[in-house]
Every structure is written in structure tokens, then in C-alpha cells.
Design a protein around this ligand. Structure first.
Ligand SMILES: [Ca+2]
Ligand SMILES: [Ca+2]
Length: 196
């Protein structure tokens, strides 16, 4: 019996630690998304960032390459920069979910690296990175204006973490970009409903 009690206590302690861990992650430092393979450079081939990401690491592997990342953002200031995160001549561009250009930057802060600084409504956006002078007028038009001249690894730092991806098939999706806790409660309620 004593063994059972110890095991119960151990598992409760573990659960408690996990909950504390998740709570701390909300205010923690860098949470990095590493490009998987080579992200596409069109609206349809963009790579989706999960929620909770504030650093994106990847590679512009050919001079004319571009990487697009889609993400959700809770309303407020959006900053993204490759300053101190790349050694090649970067361009950063921001598009809305339909691919329309919102903002772009080539050089910032006296460097060849780029910084975006926009105020955004809650919603889905796309962030594109390429090398000068591979600008895109829309999210699927990289390479249409001018070629790129350099390539290399990059790290893009955001001012806060990406929002969670809404679940369109659930009530949570209708309610909007719920916090992690709300989503968890929703899932538990769904599971409970299935069991009942
Ligand atoms: Ca890439
Ligand atoms: Ca640049």
C-alpha cells in the first residue's frame, strides 16, 4: 500500500511540474522554429508556424530563393528583424493571408539586415525572407521583379510569440484565438462529451 501511495504522489508531482512548465513557457525567452527542409515561396507552399514561436531559423539556399512562413498574430505591435541574425543582404516582407503586401524592409539600423515594425489586427499573416533584390509585390511573386544576389543562414527574431492556430472545426475556432488554457478546457469538454 505504501508503494501505491508513493507512486500516486510521484505522478501528482510530475503533473504539477508539467503545469508549472507550461505556465513558465508563456513568459520565457526564445522559442525557435527551425525551417523544415526548404520553405516554399508561394502562398500555397508557405510553411505554417505553430503558436508560441518568437525566433525563426532557416536558410536561403540559393540566391533567388525565398522562404515564406504563415502565422497567427494577436493584435498589437509586430516586429521582426534579421539584425544580428544573418550575414547576407536580407529583405523581410509581410503579407496578409490573401498574399497582399503590407510592409517590406531591405536595410535597417545601418546594416544590410532588415526590420519590420507594424501594428497588426488579430489574424493570419505571412512573413517572407529573401536576399536583395528579390522583392515580391505579393506573396506568390518572388523572383518576378529582380534576382537575389546572396544567400545564407538566417535567424528572424519577433518581438512576441505567434498566436495559436485556431481550430476551425470547433467552437474554440469561432471564439477566436483562444489562450492555451481555454483550448485545453475545450478539448477536455469535447472528450468528456464523447465518453458520455
Ligand atoms: Ca529555405
Ligand atoms: Ca538588406
Amino acid at each position: 500500500m505504501a508503494t501505491v501511495n508513493i507512486l500516486t504522489k510521484l505522478s501528482l508531482t510530475t503533473v504539477g511540474a508539467a503545469v508549472i512548465g507550461l505556465g513558465a513557457a508563456g513568459t520565457a525567452q526564445a522559442k525557435t522554429y527551425n525551417e523544415v527542409g526548404d520553405a516554399g515561396k508561394t502562398l500555397k507552399t508557405a510553411q505554417s508556424l505553430p503558436g508560441g514561436i518568437n525566433v525563426i531559423k532557416g536558410t536561403i539556399s540559393s540566391k533567388n530563393g525565398a522562404d515564406l512562413f504563415s502565422f497567427f498574430w494577436d493584435s498589437g505591435r509586430f516586429k521582426a528583424t534579421t539584425v544580428d541574425g544573418a550575414s547576407f543582404d536580407t529583405i523581410l516582407e509581410l503579407f496578409d493571408s490573401s498574399g497582399t503586401l503590407i510592409a517590406f524592409n531591405d536595410d535597417s539600423k545601418g546594416t544590410k539586415q532588415s526590420t519590420l515594425n507594424e501594428f497588426l489586427d488579430t489574424g493570419e499573416y505571412l512573413l517572407g525572407i529573401s536576399s536583395f533584390a528579390n522583392f515580391a509585390l505579393s506573396a506568390s511573386s518572388y523572383g518576378d521583379i529582380a534576382p537575389g544576389y546572396s544567400s545564407g543562414n538566417y535567424s528572424i527574431t519577433l518581438n512576441k510569440k505567434t498566436a495559436s492556430v485556431p481550430e476551425p472545426a470547433s467552437l474554440i475556432g469561432i471564439l477566436g484565438l483562444g489562450a492555451f488554457g481555454i483550448t485545453s478546457v475545450g478539448k477536455r469538454k469535447q472528450q468528456a462529451a464523447v465518453k458520455a
